[in-house]
Design a protein around this ligand. Structure first.
Ligand code: PLP
Length: 422
């Protein structure tokens, strides 16, 4: 309560803006994840790895728009690409060179996407991937995992109290537990159209899947004729070819989103030719896929420019290594402290959990100390860090070693002030 009161006093303009927004949007908000009790800060500017609030405070941005902001803010190369697109015109209602270019670039990085199509968000990409799997298998059930988040209508993480869920026939299985999954899904084998999995759960708390678990899913789906979908909407930033390349496991379908659209609305789904080929309008039994903005020129040009001119494989490795080192340093602080605290994740994505448990699934988070995690958020904000309320911390390309050092110091300060709680 004290932290919230201080927050309200420190951010009067954001508070006033929230009241104005709340006149027309329930909770003053159009993205539940961004809502923060008592009100979210309003952001007005971003530069490199910093964002600025309406109250004039600059923060080191360790949220990175929930991974979509990987390029950082106002990247000049992306900006130039978008300005050029603006000059030439947009929403023309036809095929553009930019979309084919973007599709080629994606397939070069993710060869399992032999054919792909675009959508407007990761949520849409997953909707299409699931519907595609149902269409090609003629089956109904979809296996999803506890803690999963595949978009606004695919919430299995317990983070939202009453999520709106797409009306599919889901089988909810435990994450990272091949034996328990087999016991649950073997009985439905002939009815399962798809198994959809994040190779590291993102919203669920940056919990990596073990290679053994992913391999089990690959073998099981091959054996039963179900479609294995890797949702790499967040994890495509963890290795140049996504986590599928790192694990050497080729899914039947992959969904992408977030930063690959250069910071604009983006989703893509793709996979084996024999599956995705069904979208060819000239083919037999063709299925259709529409969407006015699927090929919008801003996403296609910014996304291509990012892949061609900004993100090299070497740069991605550098950011990944910086993230690994940061998580290690934060875990060193956690293990020296008396607080129940651990940082899970991989590379440039991590999440603080206020527990001493080893976290392999959301089941291991049952005893975590949520008020302490809330304090972590408010304390870090006060020290000038923009992270997710639920404890997610992401690096972006412009994040420097000095930014990481500053975050380490801020977490040390948090530990000093809050030891005794928890
Ligand atoms: N899939 C995963 C793994 C995600 O983390 C998200 C968003 O956080 C989505 C899908 C949905 O993407 P979007 O927010 O673009 O709809």
């Amino acid at each position: 309560a004290e932290a919230k009161e201080e927050y309200t006093k420190a951010n009067p303009r954001s508070y006033a803006q929230h009241l104005r927004a709340a006149e027309v949007m329930p909770g003053g908000n159009t993205r539940t994840v961004i809502f923060t009790d008592p009100f979210p800060l309003t952001l007005v500017a971003g530069k490199d790895a910093r964002v600025c609030s309406l109250d004039g405070n600059w923060y080191r941005d360790f949220l990175g728009e929930y991974t979509a902001g990987f390029y950082g803010h106002s990247n000049p190369i992306l900006r130039e690409a978008v300005m050029q697109a603006l000059e030439q015109g947009w929403s023309m209602g036809g095929h553009t060179e930019a979309e084919a270019e973007m599709a080629h670039l994606i397939r070069e990085r993710f060869p399992s996407m032999e054919f792909l199509r675009f959508a407007n968000s990761g949520t849409e990409a997953n909707l299409y991937a699931i519907q595609t799997a149902r269409a090609v298998t003629g089956r109904n059930k979809i296996v999803v995992f506890e803690g999963a988040y595949h978009g606004g209508v695919f919430v299995f993480s317990g983070a939202s109290r009453h999520p709106l869920t797409a009306p599919f026939d889901f089988v909810l299985a435990p994450y990272n537990d091949p034996e328990a999954v087999a016991a649950l899904i073997d009985q439905h084998a002939g009815e399962i159209a798809a198994v959809i999995v994040e190779p590291m759960q993102g919203s669920g708390g940056c919990i990596p899947a073990s290679k053994e678990f992913l391999k089990f899913l690959r073998d099981w789906t091959t054996r039963t004729g179900a479609v294995l979908i890797f949702d790499e909407v967040m994890t495509s930033r963890l290795a140049f070819g996504g986590l599928q390349s790192l694990h050497g496991i080729r899914p039947d379908m992959t969904t992408l989103g977030k930063y690959l659209g250069g910071g604009f609305s983006f989703g893509a789904f793709g996979g084996k030719q024999e599956i995705m080929g069904r979208f060819n309008p000239l083919g037999p039994n063709s299925i259709s896929h529409a969407g006015t903005f699927n090929n919008n020129i801003f996403t296609m040009t910014a996304g291509s420019a990012g892949m061609k001119h900004v993100l090299t494989e070497a740069l991605l490795s550098e950011v990944t290594a910086r993230g690994e080192k940061l998580r290690q340093r934060l875990n060193d602080i956690a293990s020296r402290s008396e607080l129940p605290m651990t940082f899970t994740g991989r590379g440039s994505m991590m999440n603080v959990h206020m527990t001493r448990a080893v976290v392999n699934s959301v089941r291991d988070l049952k005893a975590s100390h949520i008020p302490l995690r809330d304090l972590f958020y408010f304390d870090l904000l006060k020290q000038g860090f923009w992270i997710a309320k639920r404890g997610m911390i992401n690096l972006c390309i412009p994040t420097t070693e000095a930014d990481c050092d500053a975050l380490v110091q801020a977490v040390e300060q948090f530990v000093k002030e809050r030891t005794g709680l928890g």
